[in-house]
Design a protein around this ligand. Structure first.
Ligand code: FAD
Length: 327
């Protein structure tokens, strides 16, 4: 971990955080972006990558994932240090900088910009106590590398688009794939469900996972139970849980920030009540606030310009136009 003190640490790599990174680069600030997810893009990538957005200026219609790809390209202008899969937990002040504690380590920063949206996303779990014994080895809440499932016995659980799509993608890779869903009907797209029913995937509906068996991080089987309590055991090498995500501001609520339910109160400079800590995007609230991508993109430069003049009082708040900076 690089522990130089950066000018601004952006917590949240959604659209607001990404645009803030670009803008901080334009103000010649050193930048770090931290996100609890394994990828950048916030809600757009996690919740609706393939939906069209129609209400961001300059794009009559753009796929959420394409919009994020543009923002990521733009964010890289600042040469930010990007820290993924890490959740910001607590903060303390140490002279002219903050010590930010995450679940994986410590980061030093002169200012903090909270662009944490609706909070850190965490996968929704099955709820079995033995789940933790297999997480990260043979129990997965998402798929990064399909090759680990080659010739394996795989159980996927869930009834939405991800569960059905992953089952179909694994059909020709795994030795066999079983899709287990708690309900009778799937919520995935009808065309995907039709494809599923014609595939080699073994579909088991109205059944829940009652127990996971195995040892030393290696799953050997799962026990399913139907509504009448009739049990069935499946031999399994890998279990993929696709129950969606839950989001929570969690630890940020303990920072001593002035809040209005799940939003952080900011003034017209996007300053929070803690000097040196700014907020922008969906996480903020003030009189007249509207939670939209376009609004977060507007709040980002306000926050960054004020953060710049906070660490360098000689720097103007009003920036040069990008047309002048880049010409
Ligand atoms: P987010 O996108 O929520 O990003 C916040 C990031 O912060 C997340 O990646 C999260 O993992 C991270 N984070 C949170 N807490 C921590 C922590 N403690 N440590 C580390 N990382 C953390 N808006 C529109 O303007 N137009 C639309 O058409 C539109 N359609 C939508 C459709 C759907 C289905 C949904 C759910 C939302 C839609 N929105 C739309 C809303 C839009 O997605 C949000 O306004 C936007 O994502 C807010 O961006 P953000 O960067 O402020 O926060």
């Amino acid at each position: 971990m690089n522990n130089e003190i950066v000018d601004i640490t952006i917590i949240g790599g959604g659209p607001t955080g990404l645009f803030s990174s670009f803008y901080a680069g334009m103000r010649e600030m050193s930048v770090k972006i931290i996100d609890s997810l394994p990828q950048l893009g916030g809600q757009l990538i996690e919740l609706y990558p393939d939906k069209y957005i129609y209400d961001v200026g300059g794009f009559p219609k753009i796929l959420a994932k394409d919009f994020v790809a543009n923002l990521v390209t733009q964010a890289h202008y600042a040469k930010p240090e990007i820290v993924l899969g890490e959740t910001a937990l607590s903060v303390t002040r140490d002279g002219d900088h903050f010590i930010l504690q995450t679940d994986k380590g410590v980061h030093l920063t002169r200012t903090i910009l909270l662009t944490a949206g609706i909070g850190a996303f965490q996968p929704r779990k099955i709820g079995l106590k033995e789940e933790v014994d297999y997480e990260g080895t043979t129990l997965h809440y998402g798929i990064k590398d399909l090759s680990i499932f080659k010739d394996q016995n795989v159980v996927v659980c869930g009834g939405g688009d991800s569960a059905v799509d992953w089952s179909l993608m694994l059909e020709d890779i795994a030795a066999n794939v079983t899709l287990v869903h708690r309900r009778e009907r799937f919520t995935a797209h009808e065309t995907s469900v039709n494809q599923l029913m014609e595939s080699k995937v073994n579909v088991k509906t109205s059944r829940a996972i009652k127990a996971i068996e195995g040892e030393a991080g290696a799953i050997s089987g799962v026990v399913l139970a139907d509504k009448e309590g009739v049990e069935e055991r499946l031999a399994v090498d890998h279990l993929i849980v696709n129950y969606g995500n839950i989001s929570s501001l969690g630890p940020l609520k303990e920072w001593g920030l002035e809040m209005d339910r799940n939003s952080i109160l900011v003034n017209t400079r996007m300053e929070t009540n803690i000097e040196g800590i700014y907020a922008a995007g969906d996480i903020t609230n003030y009189d007249g606030k509207v939670k939209l991508i376009a609004v977060g993109l507007g709040e980002a430069p306000i926050a960054v310009n004020h953060a710049k003049s906070h660490i360098d009082p000689k720097a103007r708040v009003q920036p040069l136009h990008s047309t002048s900076v880049f010409s």
